[in-house]
Design a protein around this ligand. Structure first.
Ligand SMILES: Nc1ncnc2c1ncn2[C@@H]1O[C@H](COP(=O)(O)OP(=O)(O)OP(=O)(O)O)[C@@H](O)[C@H]1O
Ligand SMILES: [Mg+2]
Length: 415
């Protein structure tokens, strides 16, 4: 048994599963001490959005109970992720005049600039959204741009700040908070899903030379774009690998669950490349169940792959590529595209990404953690592992405040 204050817990609430894990922070690093995975039935979480809060609370409760068995004590605080289209990242730039002109820039100027940015966010998003994070990109004094640190003490006539703001839908945040609360725990940290995935798979070098990370889940696709070591874009869309299953189910007149199996076994999303290379696999045939559960006919792998390709091309091209706010920067990303999430297991996914983004691509699962079972070294567990890693980093940064202080801080932070 270990003392509760040394333990951190992360829960990834996905469209298809809830993945919880607890770790203990030791001098030697983070050690995993408990894990739990629960597959969620359809319609409990739809495209990352809570559709049945009672069932979600029950599932989180079961996860906490299961983790508790190995942790040895009740789990009070958890780190969770947010994505599913409730998250929106945008670049905002504001400038203020320094009066009298040429005066030394001080802390109050930054406070004023931050207030201007906050007002701009409220004007752009209304009161239904809350700023979850703001990541300063650069400062500009008069004509000098590209300043990375707060230029306190410098002289100038104008001060400009460019910041990457991540806002979240307040109602969705309330819903998730309530589900966790009803399951008997409190939220300690909330991170964008894509940031967690980035923490789990990217190296510092990849962030520095630039890369686009895409986490393809069942109902959502989360994106984060790094340039020169900084996050310049965070986004989340409500389309994922589950859409392929529905397309296949409609196109082949078969149940969605069977369509998902067909996708995993026979769906090649690099279909055009396979056609051009006259791949024999495409002429293989697969027996298909009809909606009454009878094996009714056969289809060619070519037909399956065409359907898979069309949806995945749409996700990469129309949703991800077209959303990148600075498309020109895509071509300067030294590390290319990195794909994770369960959807990264689709056959041919790196080929497709390379042809759409015209960049090198790789699929990746999380870096390993001490004592973590090998079975979690799969792309669908990346986000949960990354959430635990982010939580441990946060924990290292500060002394643990007492529970009341934590609660106050939490309320102040989000609501
Ligand atoms: N071997 C495989 N080949 C192709 N797809 C796969 C494979 N294994 C899992 N998937 C797909 O991955 C998806 C699940 O991914 P993941 O577990 O990352 O989603 P999630 O976290 O539950 O959902 P989300 O993040 O969208 O809310 C499912 O659509 C599943 O069909
Ligand atoms: Mg996910």
């Amino acid at each position: 048994m270990v003392l509760n204050e040394e333990i951190i817990t992360a829960i990834d609430i996905g469209t298809g599963k809830i993945f919880g894990l607890s770790g203990i922070m030791k001098d030697t690093g983070l050690e995993v001490i408990a894990t739990d995975v629960q597959t969620l039935p359809e319609d409990i979480i739809k495209k990352g959005q809570i559709a049945d809060s009672e069932e979600v609370s029950n599932s989180i409760f079961s996860t906490l109970q299961s983790l508790k068995k190995n942790v040895g004590e009740r789990i009070e605080w958890v780190t969770i992720g947010i994505g599913g289209g409730h998250l929106k990242g945008s670049l905002i730039s504001k400038r203020i005049s320094i009066e009298p002109q040429g005066r030394e820039i001080g802390e109050t100027d930054f406070q004023m600039l931050k207030r201007e940015i906050k007002n701009a966010v409220i004007a752009a998003n209304g009161t239904g959204r809350k700023v979850l994070y703001s990541v300063p990109q650069e400062y500009r004094i008069d004509d000098l741009s590209g300043i990375k640190k707060e230029p306190v003490g410098m002289h100038g006539n104008t001060l400009e700040m460019k910041v990457h703001i991540i806002t979240v839908d307040i109602n969705q945040l309330h819903n998730i908070t309530d589900c966790v609360k009803n399951a008997g725990a409190q939220i300690e940290n909330v991170y964008p899903h894509s940031w967690a995935a980035a923490e789990a798979v990217l190296t510092e070098e990849e962030k520095k030379v630039g890369c686009l990370l895409i986490d393809i889940g069942k109902g959502t696709t989360d994106i984060v774009f790094f340039s020169e070591g900084s996050i310049i874009m965070t986004d989340s869309i409500r389309v994922g690998s589950g859409n392929v299953d529905v397309d296949l189910a409609k196109g082949l007149h078969t149940p969605v669950a069977f369509a998902e199996e067909i996708k995993k076994k026979h769906g090649w999303c690099n279909y055009p490349k396979m056609i051009s290379e006259k791949e024999k696999t495409l002429s293989d045939t697969v027996e298909i169940f009809n909606l009454s559960g009878k094996l009714s006919r056969t289809v060619r792998v070519e037909e399956i792959s065409r359907i898979v390709y069309e949806r995945m091309r749409e996700i990469f091209e129309d949703f991800v590529k077209h959303r990148v706010e600075k498309p020109a920067l895509l071509h300067t990303t030294g590390a290319g595209v990195i794909i994770t999430g369960g959807g990264a297991k689709l056959k041919g996914i790196t080929d497709l990404a390379e042809s759409v983004f015209e960049l090198p691509a790789r699929a990746s699962s999380a870096k390993s953690m001490f004592n973590m079972d090998e079975s979690f070294q799969q792309t669908e567990f990346t986000t949960g592992i990354g959430l635990l890693m982010l939580a441990s980093k946060q924990e290292r940064k500060r002394e643990k405040p007492d529970i009341i202080e934590k609660a106050k801080k939490l309320l102040g932070k989000w609501f």
